[in-house]
Design a protein around this ligand. Structure first.
Ligand SMILES: [Zn+2]
Length: 319
């Protein structure tokens, strides 16, 4: 009896020890996890001998090239502002063919947390334009939420026509990468190459910047809400430039100005908004064009800008 009791208590002590070890292990893994970076796979649709939708206007890009240019921009934003917590992995970074199977396999093998595929749309109806985001099933709440946040950004911040969140039944391509990836996945159809205005927009640096910063902001807001990920402080950000940079200030304003207003569009270069936190200044929203390491180049662009709407534009040195 006694020996049985002692066995019993020994085994219960052993159990307690095992539980402690298990708990320790759990917290340890958990602690490791919270410092591990999340992985986002950015997938530039098509490539190589698969051009995707063909350019409609002479001299403009095929879908595969537009997708790649935009995918690299999106990845760049994520690396710059969230790089401390999010690792960016591309399915391709150049004009090569990658099968759908390989794209999916790569994302699944590295156990990516998110998959974002970038495409451009086409239709027989040349009037149709606007951006849409595809997901596999509405029941995937994560994919669905991220997709809706992307569409909100397109509509409310990038002034695009939103065609909403679409389900799997649209196209074979969408079906495969969205269905077979094991993580939340969205496929962004940024716009219609068959609509003349939208094709020009998709081909412009300005349009690509606006579209991809919209996708970036949606992703940033999503990971902040879901994982508490904050943006990097300025000093943590990848140092893009140590040398001084010249920018052309075209406007200062008391409130935000839509980046796609006709005046900004007339500059033919992306306009950057910088918000300054100065209680003594009435004009805390400043708008700049370009970023030139070479002052001569900056002056040449300034001359061009002043010939247009912004007669009072001037150079500002950023160090
Ligand atoms: Zn495509």
């Amino acid at each position: 009896m006694e020996s049985k009791d002692s066995v019993c208590s020994e085994s219960s002590q052993m159990r307690k020890l095992l539980i402690l070890i298990a708990l320790f292990g759990f917290f340890w893994i958990h602690a490791q996890d919270s410092t591990a970076k999340m992985i986002v796979v950015i997938d530039a649709g098509h490539g190589g001998n698969d051009p995707g939708n063909l350019h409609q206007t002479n001299g403009l890009m095929d879908e595969k090239d537009l997708n790649l240019a935009m995918a690299l921009k999106l990845g760049g934003y994520i690396e710059q502002f969230l790089g401390h917590r999010v690792e960016v992995v591309y399915t391709r970074t150049e004009d090569v063919y990658v099968s759908l199977e390989d794209r999916v396999k790569k994302a699944n093998e590295i156990k990516a947390d998110y998959f974002i595929s970038i495409h451009c749309n086409a239709s027989d109806n040349k009037e149709i334009h606007g951006a849409e985001t595809h997901i596999h099933l509405m029941e995937s709440t994560t994919s669905s939420k991220l997709a809706h946040m992307i569409q909100d950004q397109f509509k409310n911040r990038a002034a695009r026509v939103s065609r909403g969140v679409k389900l799997k039944n649209d196209r074979l391509y969408n079906l495969f990468v969205l269905k077979e990836t094991k993580m939340p996945a969205v496929l962004v159809e940024t716009g219609f190459m068959t609509n003349t205005q939208e094709e020009a927009y998709l081909n412009s640096e300005y349009g690509q910047d606006l579209l991809m910063s919209a996708v970036f902001r949606a992703f940033r807001d999503y990971v902040k809400e879901a994982h508490g990920v904050e943006m990097q402080t300025e000093s943590q950000q990848v140092a893009v430039q140590n040398e001084p940079v010249w920018k052309i200030q075209v406007m200062a304003s008391t409130g935000p100005v839509a980046l796609d207003n006709p005046d900004f569009l007339s500059v033919n270069a992306p306009v950057e908004e910088i918000v300054i936190q100065n209680p003594n200044s009435a004009f805390n929203y400043k708008y700049y064009v370009g970023a030139y390491a070479d002052k001569k180049e900056a002056k040449a662009k300034l001359k061009e800008v002043k010939e247009g709407v912004f007669k009072d534009a001037f150079l500002v040195k950023f160090e």
